[in-house]
Design a protein. Structure first.
Length: 215
């Protein structure tokens, strides 16, 4: 009966064990790196989804009260006092005009909408912070904000209106809102680092409605 290993077998065993212990740390490192990449990718996809949700919301809270273009504090873009049509309006329709006197709301004035799933206009996203993929050492966050932009630089040619966006923030209400979603990384030491930003520009053009007729 054999009771032990010979020297060659022992050497082979040591070589195999050394190879295993050399590979294991690399596997663990690759797995952790893959998980970190997946977490970052998930955070970016979430930011894209939030931007898409914002793009489908009403321009202002008062759009739920009227289908017309709402009035802004500094109404720089002309509106006809006879037809109540602004450049870009539709003749023969009472939609997308500026006849009714509903005014655009100030950013942050909406209440009772603290969950992004219940947001009903783009303003509600201002100041939102969402945690994504939390772990003990890494954390991703999405920060969103909405601001009014300067709309005083414009040209009108017939029924076509062109606005030059200069990205300067307006304190008062204007006809252009800028939505921004920032993906940030917070490391184990709590140091923030912005990874990417997504933008969406929303214009005060009223609500879209569809007319129906009986068959």
């Amino acid at each position: 009966m054999r009771r032990g290993f010979n020297l060659i077998e022992l050497i082979f065993t040591i070589v195999i064990m050394a190879g295993i212990f050399a590979v294991i740390p690399k596997i663990i490192f690759a797995t952790n790196k893959s998980d970190a990449f997946a977490m970052k990718q998930d955070a970016l996809f979430n930011a894209v989804s939030l931007t898409n949700i914002a793009s489908m919301l009403a321009w202002d809270e008062n759009n739920s009260e009227t289908i017309s273009i709402v009035q802004t504090h500094d109404n720089n873009i002309p509106c006809s006092t006879s037809t109540f049509l602004r450049a870009g309006g539709f003749l023969g329709s009472n939609t997308r005009n500026c006849k009714e006197s509903f005014s655009a709301s100030a950013i942050g004035s909406d209440t009772d909408e603290d969950d992004y799933l219940s947001y009903n206009d783009i303003d509600d996203f201002n100041g939102t912070s969402i945690d994504v993929n939390l772990t003990d050492k890494t954390k991703y966050k999405i920060y969103t904000e909405v601001k009014y932009l300067n709309d005083t630089i414009f040209t009108v040619t017939g029924n076509k209106m062109t606005i030059a966006l200069d990205n300067s923030i307006q304190t008062n209400t204007s006809n252009i809102k800028k939505f921004k979603a920032v993906v940030g990384y917070v490391g184990g030491r709590g140091k923030d680092k912005n990874i990417s930003s997504f933008y969406y520009y929303s214009a005060n053009i009223g609500q879209i409605t569809l007319n129906s007729e009986a068959w």
